[in-house]
Design a protein around this ligand. Structure first.
Ligand SMILES: Nc1ncnc2c1ncn2[C@@H]1O[C@H](COP(=O)(O)OP(=O)(O)OP(=O)(O)O)[C@@H](O)[C@H]1O
Length: 262
């Protein structure tokens, strides 16, 4: 008999977390990493996750990536429950993790190749992305011939290659020197504006969280809970590094992180 129930209303959030908790291990030795996380992020948002060390930022990202399953609650992307990694989500780690035996272009082509994209199409895609991340001239080089910042650009291009709608970034600039880091932050903002991806970005740095985020989420110390979740609206054309509203926001976030760590 056909169901008379109303069709389920599709969750239009890019990422939705409903009552999410995660414990590593079981019994007396279980480590409760996250507890009662509720949030949903709109398509195109740039969400920065900040909080004290060990509060579960990476764990949260791993749940959205599908590398781990929550022990409570649900995680969904684009209205569908996350059941594992998928091409709708690209991941960038702190270390670039490029294949050393492949050229930069080969690394970027890898995902599309696995997805069965033809040679000409995947090459065109790789070259377009390498241009986007400013590595147009380095396509034929091996990862070990690149600086750390260039390697991380290549990792971003590789993550974008399957055209995911969501980009998950786990402290991608933490291992870089200050100048390279600043440059890549600017580049990432430009890439985000150009591509319209939803970005979830984990960082230890309040400055980075405020500079990049259109929404800033602060987690408490373990078990991680959301203690602050604020939008960050920048007046058109303003520079977040000098905008007075952002200075105030930076102080608010820094205070929340200090309190969360106490
Ligand atoms: N595989 C694991 N087994 C047991 N405990 C784990 C495991 N992975 C992480 N943890 C613990 O879960 C908690 C959250 O870890 P997670 O790496 O998500 O935190 P984080 O906020 O990203 O930390 P950091 O800022 O230091 O990178 C920590 O207490 C950590 O020790």
């Amino acid at each position: 008999m056909p169901s008379r129930a109303e069709p389920a209303v599709r969750d239009t959030a890019a990422v939705a977390l409903r009552g999410v908790s995660l414990a590593y291990g079981r019994g007396a030795r279980a480590v409760q990493a996250l507890s009662g996380i509720d949030a949903s992020f709109a398509p195109g948002a740039f969400v920065t996750l900040v909080g004290p060390s060990g509060c579960g930022k990476s764990t949260l990202l791993r749940l959205v990536a599908g590398f781990a399953a929550p022990t409570g609650g649900t995680v969904s992307t684009g209205g569908s429950p996350v059941r594992g990694p998928g091409p709708d989500r690209g991941v960038v780690f702190q270390q670039p993790r490029l294949f050393p035996w492949m050229s930069v272009r080969g690394n970027v082509e890898f995902g599309p190749r696995m997805a069965g994209l033809g040679k000409a199409a995947r090459r065109a895609r790789a070259d377009e992305l390498l241009e986007l991340v400013g590595l147009g001239d380095a396509a034929g080089r091996r990862p070990y011939e690149l600086s750390g910042g260039m390697q991380q650009r290549a990792a971003i291009a590789r993550a974008l290659a399957p055209d995911p709608s969501i980009l998950l970034m786990d402290e991608p600039f933490a291992a870089l020197d200050a100048l390279t880091r600043e440059r890549l932050q600017e580049e990432l903002r430009r890439i985000w504006q150009t591509t319209g991806k939803t970005v979830l970005f984990v960082t230890h740095s309040v400055d980075e969280a405020v500079y990049l985020g259109t929404r800033i989420v602060v987690l408490s110390k373990r078990p991680g809970r959301i203690v602050l979740d604020v939008p960050s609206e920048l007046p058109h054309g303003a520079d977040p590094r000098t905008d007075p509203g952002h200075q105030t926001l930076r102080e608010t976030i820094a205070a929340a992180v200090r309190e969360a760590a106490a």
